[in-house]
Design a protein around this ligand. Structure first.
Ligand SMILES: CC(C)(COP(=O)(O)OP(=O)(O)OC[C@H]1O[C@@H](n2cnc3c(N)ncnc32)[C@H](O)[C@@H]1OP(=O)(O)O)[C@@H](O)C(=O)NCCC(=O)NCCS
Length: 188
């Protein structure tokens, strides 16, 4: 079911305004700036990147995960300038059930212009029609209203609310689970 050819050569994705390319070590300083920004990290429930080394290790892990055929880790860049804007991932690829999980972050300089809707749609198109997924999942902090709005806008439906299933920073946190099925997505 899964088209393994996309793990041979990393798939860059082009949209009207964006180019999504593979993360590289040279992106570490931008990723550090993104993932140490208080507003960006507010509902991520993961550690902020305090120094460059943390971001380099993060990129290394992502590159390794791609090599092991577990997921795709893109940086989002502006098509015209090549400027770094954010990141987006499709990971936890489950071959048996043709499932994957999506995750995304955008620098606040670019919020509210439809950029993540555009990037998501490209990744979803890739996931369903190139990679061969049947279902894409997303997991959010229930307080993350913007991320929920983005998911609903791209066609995801809420299918679970897990109480205190995630332990982070000394607290048990709730999660909302969303999913999108291939048959429910309008192809571009
Ligand atoms: C979530 C995030 C990626 C959205 O990116 P974005 O490019 O601003 O999103 P879009 O412009 O495509 O907007 C999509 C929808 O989200 C909602 N939205 C966007 N910005 C919003 C804001 N400031 N307040 C409330 N809703 C907002 C709107 O419903 C919007 O659709 P509309 O423009 O048709 O009304 C961005 O806010 C972000 O990086 N947040 C921090 C990291 C994060 O929480 N990631 C998700 C972890 S699960």
């Amino acid at each position: 079911m899964i088209n393994e050819q996309y793990f041979q050569e990393f798939p860059g994705l082009k949209t009207k305004r964006l180019f999504l390319r593979q993360q590289e070590l040279k992106d570490a300083s931008f990723l550090q700036r993104l993932r140490s920004h208080k507003e960006v990290m507010r509902y991520m429930d993961s550690d902020e990147h305090r120094d460059l080394k943390t971001s380099e290790a993060f990129i290394d892990r992502n590159l390794e995960s791609f090599q092991k055929k577990n997921g795709f880790f893109w940086v989002i860049t502006a098509l015209a300038s090549g400027n770094f804007m954010g990141d987006i991932i499709l990971h936890k690829i489950d071959r048996t059930n043709a499932r994957g999980e999506i995750g995304y972050t955008l620098h606040p300089d670019y919020w509210g212009h439809g950029y993540m809707t555009e990037a998501m749609r490209a990744v979803i198109n890739f996931g369903f029609y190139d990679l061969g997924l049947h279902r894409i999942e997303a997991n959010i902090n229930p307080a993350n209203d913007t991320s929920r709005a983005l998911l609903l806008k791209t066609g995801f439906v809420k299918e679970a609310y897990f109480r205190e299933n995630y332990y982070y920073n000394g607290q048990f946190l709730d999660s909302e689970i969303y999913s999108l099925l291939e048959k429910d997505f309008k192809r571009e």
